[in-house]
Ligand binder design. Sequence first.
Ligand SMILES: [Fe+2]
Ligand SMILES: [Fe+2]
Length: 202
Amino acid sequence: MNTAEIHYSQSELAKLRKQAYKWLDKRRIPHVQGCEEAAVKLSARWGENPEVAAAAAILHDCTKNKTEREQMDLLLQYGITCDDALLAAPQLYHALTGAAVARDVFSMPEAICSAIRWHTTGKPDMTLLEKIIYLADYIEPTRNFPGLGPLRQCAFEDLDTAVALGLSMTMDEVRSKGREPYYLTKQAYEFYKERNRTNAFS
Ligand SMILES: [Fe+2]
Ligand SMILES: [Fe+2]
């Protein structure tokens, strides 16, 4: 379904916030609120449906408070298969389980579940909503780390360049911890870096 055809009233979003926040550690709520704020602003800038972006942001970390064991149980419960690289990275599980919970418990449409699914690693050729949630998670107002200023600015000037920048920052962070970035993150980076190069000549 095209995201333009999805509609959530303000009262529906308020109800969703109330239900979704129950799943979260209280300390994570400001991050989720910030992510919603950033997602709505990015939607206004890039022509996405802000109601859909808000719903995706509200739910994007809905299973983040689950333990690794609980995440594994959810993966099994929903029949989600993981490749070895993903299995070795428990910090990524919540994107998969969050998407499944958004679908099953919150009855969210596929476009929203997919944005939740890809918010941690990214992937090549993302939808507009997937890119917005990926970046909103990164640049929301409560975040504070080196390089964030230029990324925040870039997100409103050139979305694909901002995605490439975010992906490269993620890969740097993962490598700084002695791990190898997830292969789809590397592929996504190549995709958006390449796209920017192509656009520069078009
Ligand atoms: Fe997350
Ligand atoms: Fe998040």
